[in-house]
Design a protein around this ligand. Structure first.
Ligand code: SF4
Ligand code: SF4
Length: 457
């Protein structure tokens, strides 16, 4: 990996410009977009910090030598109360987690602010923060608008540099969207310059969908020097990218990982639990794992599998409950890599699960809100649960248990989503959600399928 200016510290950056840290105002005047946040480097640690030694597993970032916790904190699903967020962050930092991932689009923009409030209580060298250029809507394809989003991230996060900055969700609609979003408008050039200036320490992209964009970006590694890339990787997606109807992903995680590994681009993993599917499989499958490690949760298997790959920098887990955070910290402190025999069992489980006709929703909520009030991830989660419980797919209408299963489906949906105004049959086919889904799910079509089952009740 090249040793670029992005690897220098803020102080080195200021020295390079011939001004001391106290002359931040001069820099602000020179470039108002990047007004420096308060220097928190020497700030005392919050009372909640206990400084106890921890056993967290770390990976070294190739370019900078930074030690990144193999468990990364995905902030997307944070609770609303800031006190609760702070409590989670305190626990994470106390137990060695130091990578926090957010985006301007999570929780309508509040997520970065919440993350900034929690993290800025710590000295700046205690954490690494990752955020994104989430310019999905066409209004934000204009350079000035995208720059505003970028500028705002610094303010919301209360930082003067961003450790890991990503082009968010590239690949959804192939090069057709990527070009106007990042190339034709000069946005990628701008971000590359920001990295040169040290305000972005590491530049990468998160990838979903059409592999032509992934290939384009990595095939231009000599030009862009990606420091990392974020990919969806878990033992199900490893070899089963195109496992179910309605999804257009055209490369499995094994391909993505291997290509990055070959180029020395480290991977940040998203969806290690595949939207929760790997943490709650049916009894038949889960018993195969509990027979081997009776005290281990299903989630810990999925994390151990991901963490066993050496080119993973960090695996993100969206943790909004203390119990999940505690459990994940245990799994990674230290990580016990999967054995060959365990990998084999997981591979077999993946092969079986790949045959399930589930909807590949990861409950990311990117598609929400629906203007007609449909709870899109809620409907899909329940649908998948019904597949898992063998209620779906429905047998032939003449089968003896047909009616019973149709009834069971309706009853289960009522339990999962008590408010019927959120059900799939309220979908008006407006297609507002369609382009937003990183998994390329044809949402209205899938809603239609669920509505059809409901009609049979
Ligand atoms: S297509 Fe259906 S689910 Fe999607 S936004 Fe429109 S009404 Fe909601
Ligand atoms: S349908 Fe797509 S966008 Fe919506 S929650 Fe599921 S994966 Fe996310």
């Amino acid at each position: 990996m090249t040793n670029r200016k992005s690897d220098i510290s803020r102080r080195q950056f200021l020295q390079k410009l011939g001004i001391g840290a106290g002359s931040a105002l001069a820099v602000m005047a020179m470039e108002p977009l990047k007004a420096f946040a308060e220097d928190t480097t020497n700030r005392p640690l919050p009372d909640a910090y206990n400084g106890e030694p921890c056993q967290m597993t770390y990976r070294v970032q190739h370019g900078s030598g930074e030690k990144i916790s193999l468990l990364g904190f995905g902030m997307m699903r944070l609770p609303d109360e800031q006190e609760e967020v702070n409590r989670l962050v305190d626990y994470a930092i106390n137990h060695g987690v130091n990578y926090f991932d957010t985006s301007p689009m999570y929780k309508g923009g509040r997520n970065e602010t919440q993350t900034g409030l929690a993290l800025s209580r710590y000295p700046r060298d205690k954490y690494f923060v990752a955020t994104k250029m989430s310019n999905y809507s066409q209004d934000l394809w204009k350079l000035e608008e995208a720059q505003k989003m970028y500028e705002n991230s610094f303010k919301a996060l209360q930082v003067d540099y961003i450790d890991y900055y990503l082009l968010h969700g590239v690949g959804g609609s192939g090069m057709e969207d990527f070009k106007p979003r990042f190339l034709d408008n000069g946005l990628l050039d701008f971000l590359l310059k920001e990295r040169e200036a040290g305000r972005i320490r590491h530049l990468g992209f998160s990838y979903h969908g059409n592999v032509s964009v992934f290939d384009f970006l990595l095939d231009h590694q000599d030009e862009y020097h990606w420091d990392f890339a974020q990919i969806q990787m878990n033992y199900l997606d490893w070899r089963h990218a195109s496992m179910s109807k309605g999804r257009r992903r055209d490369a499995d995680a094994e391909y993505l990982y291997n290509k990055m590994d070959k180029l020395g681009v480290q991977a940040v993993v998203m969806e290690p639990l595949r939207g929760g599917a790997l943490a709650k499989m049916n009894d038949e499958l889960s018993q195969r794992l509990t027979a081997l490690r009776p005290n281990d949760s299903l989630a810990s298997w999925a994390f151990r599998w991901v963490g066993s790959h050496p080119n993973i920098l960090t695996a993100l887990s969206g943790m909004n409950q203390m119990a999940h955070l505690e459990e994940n910290v245990r799994t990674f402190s230290p990580l016990d890599p999967c054995t060959e025999a365990e990998n084999k069992v997981l591979e077999e489980i993946a092969d079986i699960m790949a045959g399930f006709p589930v909807i590949p929703c990861t409950t990311c909520h990117y598609c929400m809100p629906c203007p007609y009030g449909v709870d899109i991830p809620g409907n899909f989660s329940y649908y998948n649960e019904a597949v898992d419980q063998k209620i779906l797919p429905l047998p032939d209408s003449k089968a003896p248990d047909y009616k019973k299963r149709v009834k069971k489906f309706g009853k289960g949906l009522r339990k999962a989503l008590p408010d019927a105004s959120k059900w799939a049959n309220r979908c008006a086919d407006c297609e507002v959600c369609l382009k937003k889904c990183p998994q390329q799910i044809r949402i209205p079509n899938q809603m239609d399928r669920i509505a059809e089952i409901l009609k049979k009740r």
